[in-house]
Design a protein around this ligand. Structure first.
Ligand SMILES: [Zn+2]
Length: 148
């Protein structure tokens, strides 16, 4: 079992002023964007896939296609409101916590758990290719339940 302090951190709500948040990020606060922003940012920090957000939107009677969800998630990501964590070529999660940190990915539950940045140390990292700099390093540690 990982130390629970790795998984639980206080997450302040960002519910107020989502319209202002969208505007400040350079996005027009359309009804759909505000509704999706409420679902994403209305509670504690979390990790969500496009499919998960699509079912949450349906449950909240926000009528949007999966394609629109994808577009909106990518727009929010481009605007710096979300961090994208790629699990493999076909799957990404979007993280409402854009600060530097890493993740456990629980394979049998398709769930991400935060790892604080300082819990991971790098002994050696390669130099960035010429003319480039390291933007950030994402570590995803894949875990599964130990057999009973
Ligand atoms: Zn995270």
């Amino acid at each position: 079992m990982p130390d629970r302090s790795l998984a639980t951190r206080p997450h302040p709500s960002r519910k107020p002023c989502l319209t202002a948040v969208l505007r400040m990020a350079g996005l027009r606060p359309t009804r759909q964007r505000v509704a999706l922003a409420e679902l994403l940012f209305g509670g504690p920090h979390r990790h969500v896939s496009a499919e998960q957000l699509h079912s949450e939107a349906a449950a909240a009677k926000v009528n949007v296609s999966l394609a629109t969800i994808y577009n909106t998630l990518h727009q929010f990501h481009e605007a710096g409101l979300l961090r994208e964590v790629a699990i493999d070529a076909a799957r990404s999660y979007f993280d409402t916590d854009t600060s530097d940190h890493h993740h456990f990915f629980v394979e049998d539950e398709q769930r991400m758990i935060d790892i604080p940045a300082e819990a991971v140390e790098f002994k050696a990292l390669p130099e960035a290719p010429q003319g480039m700099e390291v933007a950030h390093v994402d570590v995803v540690i894949r875990v599964r339940k130990t057999p009973a």
